[in-house]
Design a protein around this ligand. Structure first.
Ligand code: FES
Length: 74
C-alpha cells in the first residue's frame, strides 16, 4: 500500500526502514522523504510507524532468536 503518494513511499518501505533502525517520523522523513511535500500522509505514516514498532516489540528479530537458541543450547 502506498502511504505517501507525493514521494511514492509504501508501507513496505516504512517497515524496512523501521527494521533498519529508524524509529521516529523525522528519521523516516530523512530516509524516505515521507511527508515532505503536501504532508497529507503524516498521520497515516505515523500509524504505520507505530504498528511496525509494536510488531517489532512483539516478534523477536531472527538474529535475536538465534542468540537465544544458542544460549539455551549451551
Ligand atoms: S502524500 Fe506524503 S507528502 Fe504528500
Amino acid at each position: 500500500m502506498i502511504v505517501c503518494v507525493c514521494n511514492n513511499v509504501s508501507e513496505r518501505q516504512i517497515r524496512r526502514a523501521v527494521d533498519a533502525g529508524h524509529t521516529t517520523m523525522p528519521q523516516l522523513r530523512e530516509e524516505l522523504g515521507v511527508g515532505t511535500c503536501c504532508g497529507k500522509c503524516h498521520s497515516c505514516a505515523k500509524t504505520v510507524l507505530r504498528e511496525c514498532l509494536e510488531d517489532g516489540a512483539r516478534e523477536p528479530q531472527p538474529a535475536m532468536s538465534m542468540m537465544f537458541q544458542s544460549a539455551i543450547a549451551a
